[in-house]
Design a protein around this ligand. Structure first.
Ligand SMILES: [Zn+2]
Length: 432
């Protein structure tokens, strides 16, 4: 496939100089950005997208989610975390099957495509089903096979590790999909589970993804069980390392920031979910960035967000830290956009391929239509994207050189049947 994006009013390259190009063209051949120029290329192309009055930027990267939880969007809001988990989420999750996972995943992917997310890191159950649906939808994904001491809705504990190994073998060489080992958290994983997780990740040379220091209760319960804080538990068992992406880190100390930095571990910051569940902790993001920790942004699952909207997550990221520090200069818009693009790619170890718009890089690109009252005037396009844009302002979503959505037309998923099926599965799961 060849695509020409022409007349782009602004291209936010997110390259090392953070160059902003005006009135430019981007020529995509197969899956690569082959030319960026002021004049249209002369070769014939299959698709021409006129991006006059629009911003072209790298696709957004959602660094922590549980995609099928879209089925539980709005099911149990305004509840205490433990009550929410025990009485709402876990009873329903026990009823999950392949059909409901498939429907929830399709819904989540449709939402991501519509809202400009081109790559995500997931952690859930029935991950094989999530792989199949994601391949069909055409998104780039790192999909985490969840490991917990008490098993999952899909496997008993003794079945988990062989199943995880099969999962890694099966998808290791897949193109847009990368399998990930996902021990759920230090409060749900014993030393043995953590150790076996690390062994598998090393054997197959894949990423590790785990929840870490999300709530104060988690710190207390892990300390009671192990005598250590979650970060130290991970360190003790060798999981605080370059291949690990830690979700949350809302309750970590400055010392732990240094530990994470020294280990080269990465962090997925999820401000909307943290604020909605009132976890109370503030991820020390300015300190992490100062210590050169690679950080990306995540929505977390739609049950605790309640969307997969990365534009909203960017705005919350900026506002949360400014407000907390009494300092409007903290987390400027450009830094926040970096977190959602090139820094997310760095966390995943693929910043040489995606995260910026540069010749030779893979074409994961989105286009935002500026012809909206809330996106006018254009003083600073980065400010507009972080503080003013809404996810529905996305005009086109391109992944690996393929158009997944253009002007509200979806090319890989059927819009109406996805919504219908999700509604039906959500009703079946939650009816008593
Ligand atoms: Zn999570």
């Amino acid at each position: 496939m060849s695509i020409l994006i022409k007349n782009a009013s602004i291209v936010l390259t997110q390259n090392s100089k953070r160059e902003k190009l005006k009135n430019s063209c981007i020529y995509i051949e197969d899956n690569l950005i082959s030319e960026i120029s002021e004049k249209p290329v002369s070769t014939e192309v299959e698709y021409v997208i006129d991006a006059r009055g629009m911003i072209v930027l790298p696709g957004l990267i959602n660094l922590h989610t549980h995609v099928p939880m879209t089925l539980l969007r709005g099911y149990g809001d305004d509840m205490i975390l433990e009550d929410w988990l025990n009485n709402r989420i876990w009873p329903v999750e026990a009823k999950l099957d392949k059909e409901s996972i498939s429907a929830g995943t399709k819904l989540g992917l449709l939402e991501m495509i519509r809202s400009g997310t081109t790559c995500f890191l997931d952690m859930y159950f029935f991950e094989d089903v999530i792989v199949e649906v994601t391949k069909e939808a055409g998104l780039r994904a790192f999909l985490g096979f969840s490991l917990l001491d008490f098993g999952t809705p899909e496997y008993r504990y003794e079945e988990l590790f062989p199943a995880c190994e099969n999962f890694l073998k099966k998808w290791k060489n897949s193109d847009l999909i990368k399998p990930v080992v996902a021990p759920h958290a230090t409060y749900t994983c014993s030393a043995e589970t953590l150790q076996k997780s690390l062994d598998l990740a090393e054997k197959f040379d894949v990423l590790l993804h785990t929840h870490c220091s999300e709530t104060r209760n988690e710190i207390y319960s892990v300390m009671e069980k192990t005598g250590l804080r979650p970060v130290d538990v991970l360190k003790k068992h060798g999981l605080l390392c370059e291949r690990t992406i830690l979700a949350h880190c809302g309750w970590i100390t400055k010392n732990e920031v240094s530990e994470i930095s020294r280990a080269g571990a990465k962090v997925a910051h999820c401000p909307v979910s943290n604020m909605k569940l009132a976890t109370g902790g503030f991820a020390p993001l300015p300190e992490m960035l100062k210590e050169n920790v690679a950080v990306g942004l995540g929505t977390d699952g739609a049950a605790s967000n309640n969307t997969l909207d990365m534009f909203e997550t960017m705005k919350f990221t900026a506002l949360l830290h400014k407000h907390h520090r009494w300092d409007p200069c903290v987390l400027p818009a450009q830094t926040v956009l970096d977190l959602a693009t090139i820094s997310g790619a760095r966390c995943l170890g693929i910043d040489d391929k995606i995260g910026s718009i540069e010749e030779g890089k893979t074409a994961d690109i989105i286009i935002v239509n500026l012809r909206k009252p809330w996106l006018t005037p254009v003083h600073d396009p980065v400010s507009l994207l972080v503080y003013s844009a809404r996810c529905s302002d996305v005009y086109a979503t391109i992944v690996d050189g393929k158009i997944l959505m253009l002007d509200n037309t979806f090319y890989t998923l059927d819009y109406n049947s996805t919504l219908r099926e999700a509604q039906m599965q959500a009703y079946n799961l939650t009816k008593s």
